[in-house]
Design a protein around this ligand. Structure first.
Ligand code: TYM
Length: 332
């Protein structure tokens, strides 16, 4: 019997992957492939809670797969798939909707943020998104869900839903733990260090496939502070912009904040900002080159997502069958 622990996570292909997605999530996925049974997917069903251009969605989903592989997720060791190819997600999502409370959905930060941003399209899917995410997770009975800080609340509601279901029907679902990285869990926007880096503010967001000169320009323009001594010191309260750049530098170089303070002692922001830009450019360069190469090979990508969906469906179906039996659906 396979005793390996299970890890699972996903990203919405609603925009191009950015440094926050990389440092908060993907970077921590590939490293554990030998130790864990790993499932990573493109959460395309989640993206339609906000209107998408169909051609862009299709293109981005494949680009995201190429970037997953370029970031080190070996398809031989990780199950990589497209969420909508595994119909069990939608099926369990519906069931879990009936075990998720209106009140708890109303408290979700992502729902509040997105309904404020898309006031003309506050649809039912946006509201019940966490039940589908709970289904994404619980189908695979994972031990850990590696995500950035902003998704912790969704993993917590998943635990509550699973617990509620188990209390009624016995031990159907494993209760997963969120796995939040120590560095990079919350990368802030370069043009506004008060809000998280996100594709919705592209001027402060560094994309994985972006050209080095554009990345450098964004870092040179990064907001720091009006501190006249221009001192590189980790003080998130008073110097959030500098703290964010230090977190990025720490995440890509592996250096501690003390080491970074020493390295830039007496240098000022004019030296520090381009140095962070350089470190990021060098981290992303091999990823960009490899992703471009993989993306050109459509047959390979197709073979990866087809095999991934086959393996994922097999595992997901076992859980779904158990759930259907427990709730009283007649077996097919
Ligand atoms: P999404 O697509 O918004 O983000 C994907 C991953 O990137 C992390 N992330 C960040 N980390 C650090 N700093 C940032 N600025 C930053 N921005 C994004 C997120 O925390 C996340 O880990 N609901 C999910 C997708 C999803 C999912 C799942 C995740 C659907 N089903 C099942 C895990 C398990 C989402 O919208 O993430």
């Amino acid at each position: 019997m396979d005793e390996k622990k299970v890890m699972l996570s996903g990203i919405q292909p609603s925009g191009d992957l950015h440094l926050g997605n990389y440092l908060g999530a993907i970077k921590h996925w590939g490293a554990r492939a030998d130790e864990f049974d790993c499932y990573y997917f493109m959460a395309d069903m989640h993206t339609i809670t906000v209107r998408q251009n169909p051609a862009d969605l299709r293109r981005r989903t494949l680009e995201q797969l190429a970037q997953y592989i370029a970031c080190g997720l070996d398809p031989e060791k990780n199950t990589l798939f497209i969420q909508s190819h595994v119909h069990q997600h939608a099926e369990l999502g519906w069931v879990l909707n009936c075990y998720t409370m209106f009140g708890e959905l109303s408290r979700m930060t992502q729902f509040k943020d997105k309904s404020a941003k898309h006031a003309d399209n506050i649809n039912g899917g946006l509201f019940t998104y966490p039940s589908l995410m709970a289904a994404d997770i619980l189908l695979y009975q994972p031990d850990f869900v590696p995500v950035g800080n902003d998704q912790k609340q969704h993993v917590e509601i998943t635990r509550d839903i699973a617990q509620r279901f188990n209390n009624i029907y016995g031990d159907v679902f494993k209760i997963p733990e969120p796995y939040i990285p120590k560095t990079g869990a919350r990368i802030m926007g370069l043009s506004n260090p008060e809000s998280k880096m996100s594709k919705s503010s592209p001027e402060g967001c560094v994309f994985l496939m972006e050209k080095p000169e554009d990345i450098q320009r964004k870092f040179k323009r990064a907001i720091t502070d009006s501190d006249t001594e221009h001192c590189v010191r980790y003080d998130p309260e008073n110097k959030p912009g500098v703290a964010n750049l230090m977190s990025i530098y720490a995440a890509v170089t592996g250096k501690t904040f003390e080491e970074i303070e020493r390295e830039f002692d007496g240098c000022g922001y004019g030296t520090f900002k381009p140095a962070v830009g350089d470190a990021v450019v060098e981290t992303l360069r091999p990823i960009r080159e490899e992703a471009t190469r993989i993306l050109a090979d459509k047959a390979y990508l197709e073979s990866v997502y087809k095999q991934g969906a086959e393996k994922a469906s097999y595992v997901a179906n076992k859980t779904l069958r158990k759930v259907y039996k427990k709730i009283g659906f007649v077996a097919r």
